[in-house]
Design a protein around this ligand. Structure first.
Ligand code: PSV
Ligand code: MN
Ligand code: MN
Length: 396
């Protein structure tokens, strides 16, 4: 790919950041208070706008309801727009209320399921008011012990609820169904892997697609293969980018697994250029989102680094010599194919990205720009250090 096309592609990249990444959060053991951490949704949006100002490719922010609940969502939308960002995916929260102890849409008690579905439908309405395209669904549902509940009955309850929400979605919007290997349910999670999410989406309808959170797999799972499969089936809806070492610890994306991130982007770039209409359209509509709650890192800085790591992986994937790769694959030349990929992966794209930023009027090094801008000191002065919890906060 020549530099002109590459720069154009880089300019079209979009990474959404999550409101919950800007507030104080921690592990089960401790939430450390960060000076200047956002205290409400308006401050979270201000921080997301700062990430966009620095990187130029993070123009939307995902909301979590009710953490980000407001009286007037149209006003919130205008507020975001006045800061140069838009409202992205709406994430309903059906895991923090006491009635959800045994689950939400998989709960054996009909009233509890109805309460969860009502909240999901409220979130569809919030999508309308905020101009959001995606309802992003993650459920903490599952069981801790064999025999605790009927696994097939739970599957059916989940299907019924998802169907009702799907059918309420306005045209042009979608539901992204996220899966997770385990936690907080430790015996059986109702949406336990991509296959379960995919099967539900397939049965429910065209507005349902799978969301791949990089943190939600067993260690040896080949995520890029899942991505390729779902792209080819037209059912890849979005990503939650982060890095996982043990479970759902939501670390800065690409820090421990840069090659995996590159291979995922390679599948996306290949699909974006595919001659197959469904695959190409699916790839072009993928929602790229970060899902991280930083525990010990400065929050805005960590988010900027995550966005930059996505950009770096994407730039490297754009450099793949696809003709050389296809020829090697056809010839059965295993090593030449591997070397073609790794030639792109090993390219130092930092000078090129700095040049792209210069050409866009962005800071060459967004982290340095942030550190010298005074933004952090300002918000620390204005917002102070909010009281943070001991152990067991809302989100691990
Ligand atoms: C919990 O695992 C989780 O990290 C999921 O990945 C959700 O997407 C996120 O929380 C927000 O609810
Ligand atoms: Mn997630
Ligand atoms: Mn997670």
């Amino acid at each position: 790919m020549n530099t002109h096309d590459l720069f154009q592609a880089l300019g079209q990249q979009r990474i959404e950041t999550p409101s919950w990444g800007y507030g104080n959060s921690g592990t089960r053991f401790k939430t450390f208070a960060a000076p200047g951490a956002a205290r409400d949704v308006h401050e979270k949006i201000e921080d997301a706008a700062e990430v966009h100002r620095l990187t130029g490719i993070a123009p939307s922010v995902a909301l979590h309801i009710p953490w980000d609940e407001v009286e007037d969502y149209a006003e919130l939308r205008r507020f975001a727009e006045s800061r140069g960002v838009s409202i992205g995916a709406i994430n309903p929260n059906v895991f923090q209320d006491d009635p959800y102890k045994l689950g939400s849409i998989g709960n054996p008690v009909p009233n509890v399921r109805e309460r969860a579905i009502a909240h999901l439908l409220d979130c569809v309405e919030i999508m309308r008011q905020t101009g959001s395209r995606d309802l992003s669904l993650w459920f903490a549902d599952g069981t801790n012990y064999a025999g605790q509940d009927d696994l097939r009955a739970r599957k059916r309850r989940v299907r019924e609820a998802l169907q009702r929400v799907h059918d309420a979605l306005p045209d042009g919007t979608r539901m992204l169904v996220e899966y997770k290997l385990f936690e907080p349910a430790f015996y059986a999670t109702d949406l336990f892997d991509w296959g379960a999410a995919y099967a539900h989406c397939l049965a429910i309808g065209d507005k349902a697609q799978v969301l791949v959170d990089l943190g939600h797999h067993a260690q040896s799972v080949n995520i890029e293969q899942i991505v390729a499969f779902l792209l080819d089936e037209g059912r890849l809806g979005g990503f939650h980018f982060n890095a996982r070492r043990y479970a759902d610890d939501d670390l800065i994306v690409g820090t421990t697994n840069p090659f995996e991130l590159f291979c995922i982007y390679a599948e996306l770039v290949a699909a974006e250029q595919s001659s197959d209409n469904l695959t190409r359209t699916t790839a072009r509509n993928v929602a790229y989102m970060i899902d991280q709650s930083h525990n010990i890192e400065p929050k805005v800085e960590a988010m900027v680094q995550s966005v930059l790591n996505c950009q770096e992986a994407y730039a490297k994937a754009l450099l793949i010599d696809w003709e050389r790769l296809a020829a090697a694959q056809q010839a059965g030349d295993v090593l030449e194919a591997y070397r073609t990929l790794t030639d792109a992966f090993r390219t130092d794209v930092r000078p090129l990205l700095a040049e792209w930023r210069r050409s866009e009027g962005l800071p060459e090094d967004p982290i340095v720009a942030h550190r010298t801008s005074g933004y952090q000191a300002n918000v620390a002065g204005e917002r102070g250090t909010a009281a943070a919890g001991g152990g067991f906060p809302v989100k691990s």
